[in-house]
Design a protein around this ligand. Sequence first.
Ligand code: ARG
Length: 403
Amino acid sequence: MTSSSKGPPDRPTPAGPTPTGQAMWGGRFSDKPAELMQAINVSIGFDRRLAAQDLAGSRAHAAMLRKVGVITSEDETAIQGGLDAIEAEIAAGTFPFREEFEDIHMNVEARLRELIGPAAGRLHTARSRNDQVAVDFRLWVRDACDRTVGQIRALQKALVAKAEAHADAIMPGFTHLQPAQPVTFGHHLMAYVEMFGRDASRFADARARMNESPLGAAALAGSPFPIDREMTAKALGFDRPMANSLDAVADRDYALEALAAACICATHLSRLSEEIVIWMTPQFGFVKLSDAFTTGSSIMPQKKNPDAAELIRAKVGRLLGSFTQLTLVMKGLPLTYSKDMQEDKVPTFEAFDALELSLLAMAGMVADLEPDRERMAAAAGAGFSTATDLADWLVREAGLPFR
Ligand code: ARG
């Protein structure tokens, strides 16, 4: 937003008007917010990615409200039907994401009111956007962890297949990037299978720890309605409701933990990328990549650049940047919710987007790797890399002291 003429369109009332003329908040406000206030406040541009989770949370909440008798079954049926229609609109790309409704929660609610009328207003009983966003974001991070584990498994499969195909391909193993002792290409690749296996288990651990439901914490202090938190927790696949309502709306440690796991995984990816870059140099010549994962130079026709590997190598910067951003958003925040926490989403989305792309590209690149067995074997035989094996032989066969 560089000039006021380019600012967001004028908006009539805080949090937008509903078709029945009621704003979702702002009853106490006589003036509309400044354009710049709107501009800094609005989050629909990014939190629209929480739409599926927001609908799931609302469905569970509405079913629970009916079961405990807070809303009638007619209202629940209307609400569920409206949420189905919204889901269909989102899938069809026709859902109107509107800045005047600030965020995904109020966009869904406003649309629901347009579709089903005043019954929509009953959905927010015994709920606040604070526990709502806590549910949505937790579900999103949980899904991201599950997706990431799947992508890691696919990469491990590609590594195992390549390792099996070249289980007997001799290559130099390195310390200090100096030829150290001969190993096999299969053994080398299997080291990464172990690393990525630990990465997957870190995501699984984080998932298990985060799998508790914040719903029912409402703004921060819970709700006077006879809500059934076990029911909504179960409906959303959570193990149990969170024990403390203040904690439920205030913490984002689950996202930090997932980002930390993502950083470590990206670090492993960067090491494998670096090795591919090194192996691809004409000086090493250990592996070839097809045109699928390389690029050419516009002025140096002899070149084949491992761009995908280089980009994956660099992505760890974004990942660590995201972790750092969210840590600094959360640092020093007093309990419970503060609007600062709206800034939790962009770094988390960006980090998982970058990690997903890296994992998929790495799996493709590993499948594409063609080792030059002769060059690797020749390099393994050069540079005295069998010196230690010779020393071991002298100790074993000739009885010499190792020193
Ligand atoms: N868009 C908000 C966020 O992402 C939703 C929660 C708003 N809560 C509030 N008390 N203003 O954090």
